[in-house]
Design a protein. Sequence first.
Length: 279
Amino acid sequence: MILTGTARLAGVMGWPVGHSRSPRLHGYWLDAYGIDGAYLPLPVAPEHIETALRALPLLGFAGVNLTVPHKEAALGVVDRVDALARRIGAVNTVVVAADGTLDGTNTDAFGFTENLRAGAPDWEPSRAAVVLGAGGAARAVCVGLADAGVAEIRLANRKAARATRLADELSGIQPVAWEARGDALDGAGLLVNTTTLGMTGAPPLDIALDALAGDAVVTDIVYAPLETPLLAAARARGNVTVDGLGMLLHQARPGFAAWFGHEPDVTDALRAFVLEDLA
């Protein structure tokens, strides 16, 4: 990579930030499209997030991604927050405007639905969806599903109060007791796991799939391992499955386009490149 004095700059702020795959992902696109630019990991402690964001235009940055623990805090820092980020309750993408002010948005819902449609092109939003989990990722998934046309979202979480709170804040969500998560699959066309259960090093996700229709789609936003036990069990019974890596890749597209002026593609070669790092 050779940079000039007019290189476009972007990055990802987190604390810590060394785990982020975003620099590898955006670096691939920068090289693939021959763009004069760089995407940097930016470790920023929580108490410095406002100072760091306000410094972006002074340092010539086009914008940044935000990861844990900065997504919620950024809502109160940026100058403008779009309606989508407000509904999700978090900002994961910041764009520096021409006048130096900061625009905040959230691309997680976009990343989820784009990955779902790419991996399961025949999926239809006309049937109910079952979502496991009620954290920030679940909120983005529910917003994405609602905007895609899913009228009924059955939400099951280990802590019932969080599911109830999310249902109170977003329309179309029906809280389901965690103990009834298997029964909630009856009549559903989609099952989404947004919990860490099944992730490498985490406890397994225990759910009976007997009530799930054979033509339903099962997706897990976890991508380490790429095929979680949930996806393996669903695939074994004939369900279409969608892994979580594509959500990571697709959610990066809007930010890259805004910062570097080129709409990137999610390709098999990109997936393989990111998977090399995960391995």
